[in-house]
Design a protein around this ligand. Structure first.
Ligand SMILES: CC(=O)N[C@H]1[C@@H](OP(=O)(O)OP(=O)(O)OC[C@H]2O[C@@H](n3ccc(=O)[nH]c3=O)[C@H](O)[C@@H]2O)O[C@H](CO)[C@@H](O)[C@@H]1O
Ligand SMILES: C=C(OP(=O)(O)O)C(=O)O
Length: 432
């Protein structure tokens, strides 16, 4: 098992490039199954554990998947007859495996997918996905830990109102509707940039989708979709994570390949704390200052403040002066990292769906365990600003969503390394 060992107290400076977005590439790779002709070539694919997992899911469904991690490219041929079953071993590893359900139902008229169940951040039901499939004429049934959707003939276009703008439900319904008979309207749809990327990809395959990025999406079903070449958008959460890394070390970092329009809420909240942010020719420049001000934040669906930046922002808020309140409204249980921050001497307490911080905390290095992938990044960020050495374990969470995180931080000047727990390298760091 690996560990990241970070010694705090170094200002980060320099440039860092963000990868293609994890939350865009997973739905796009799942949606590639819609193509019954030609091959899909997906570019700017980040080399993440989740990408390997979705590739395995697609292969288990009999698609031909060629992965070229060094070229950041995946080529998928899904023109053959596809299997309809996504097994538990994949869905358990990665919830986004549920996103094959829409394409399979559209292509085969039948899909059987293991129920994802809960995870470290909440119960995460899929009722809104299923409500959409049902409205399009599918019959839903459950048994032996699987959910099945079955349609007699083709799916039919329908008007679907989502009770909550769920990202996954919007994506699954959009892919199912892309090959349905007639027009589907999704109301109260999710508006995340990753939804727009998916709609663009489907349109590049020959689909007819308008309105992605607004709360009403109109999908006119087509008879067939064909392979295309698609570039994945940059990862706004990875970019935000490096913005916090710059701010928490009072550093001066330029982030290249970020799309500022995708990050308005994060930029605005960092500026409210006193962090200086400017758009330069090279990218987004972040200059941290000390002291920074405490603020209040509430996570919301896009364009609100993203829940996937909540734990990283909490690390920064711990170093701010005054009282700050961070409220999580998207997931019911995304505060597992709070106890780990307390182990680092963070002055933080949970009250219902909010966390209250009285700062600045005098953060101290400690042994901590990542509880989900953003928590993994957040604990490392807190380590950058702590006195002494922090050791972060359970790094399989980090590997789901960050490419070479410690190497990128080291290139910016962080004192950080990743060791296997069997390694004696750690002893060298323990002397500091
Ligand atoms: C692979 C991917 O893109 N993951 C992202 C996606 O997850 P995901 O697509 O799972 O997130 P959703 O937007 O669907 O979930 C948001 C909330 O809605 C609830 N819900 C969702 C569906 C449903 O049918 N019923 C229901 O009650 C969930 O339990 C959760 O509380 O969006 C989340 C919210 O921005 C991000 O944190 C995840 O990083
Ligand atoms: C919660 C996340 O991802 P997933 O939906 O894949 O668990 C995330 O990216 O922070």
């Amino acid at each position: 098992m690996d560990k990241i060992i970070v010694k705090g107290g170094h200002k980060l400076t320099g440039k860092v490039k963000v990868e293609g977005a994890k939350n865009a590439v997973l739905p796009v790779l799942a949606a590639a199954l819609l193509a019954s002709e030609g091959k899909n070539v997906i570019r700017d694919v980040p080399t993440l554990a989740d990408v390997s997992t979705i590739n395995e899911v697609l292969r288990s469904l009999h698609a031909d998947v060629q992965y070229y991690p060094k070229q950041n490219e995946v080529i998928i041929d899904s023109s053959m007859e596809l299997s309809s079953e996504a097994q538990f071993e994949y869905v358990r590893k990665m919830r986004a495996s549920i996103l094959v359900m829409g394409p399979l139902l559209a292509r085969n008229g039948f899909a059987r997918v293991a129920l994802p169940g809960g995870c470290a951040i909440g119960s995460r039901p899929i009722d809104q996905h299923l409500k959409g499939f049902e409205a399009m004429g599918a019959e839903i049934s459950f048994g032996h830990g699987y959910v099945e959707a079955n349609v007699n003939g083709r799916l039919r276009g329908a008007k679907i109102y989502l009770d909550f703008p769920s990202v996954g439900a919007t994506e699954n319904i959009m892919t199912a509707a892309a090959l349905a008979d007639g027009v589907t309207i999704i109301e109260n749809a999710a508006k995340e940039p990753e939804i727009v990327d998916l709609a663009n990809f489907i349109n590049e395959m020959g689909g007819h989708i308008v309105g992605a990025g607004t709360d009403t999406i109109r999908i006119e079903g087509v008879a067939t979709l064909s392979g295309t070449v698609h570039h994945i958008i940059p990862d706004r959460i990875e970019a935000g994570t490096f913005m916090v890394a710059a701010a928490i070390t009072q550093g001066d970092v330029t982030i290249t390949n970020a799309v500022p329009e995708h990050m308005a809420a994060v930029i605005s909240k960092l500026e409210e704390m006193g962090v200086m942010i400017s758009e330069t020719e090279e990218g987004l420049r972040i200059q941290g200052i000390k002291p920074i001000r405490s603020i209040d934040i509430k996570t919301m669906p896009h364009p609100g403040f993203p829940t996937d930046m909540q734990s990283q922002m909490m690390a920064l808020m711990l170093t701010a002066t005054g009282t700050g309140v961070l409220t999580e409204t998207v997931f019911e249980n995304r505060f597992m990292h709070v106890e780990e921050f307390r182990r680092m001497n963070g002055n933080v307490k949970i009250e219902g769906r909010s966390v209250i911080m009285n700062g600045p905390s005098n953060l101290q290095g400690a042994e901590v365990a990542a509880t989900d992938l953003r928590a993994a990044a957040a604990l490392i960020l807190a380590g950058l600003a702590s006195e002494g050495v922090t050791r972060v374990t359970e790094l399989y969470h980090l590997d789901r969503g960050y490419v070479d995180f410690h190497l990128k931080l080291a290139a910016l000047g962080a004192d950080i390394e990743r060791v296997s727990t069997e390694s004696s390298d750690e002893k060298v760091m323990q002397t500091v």
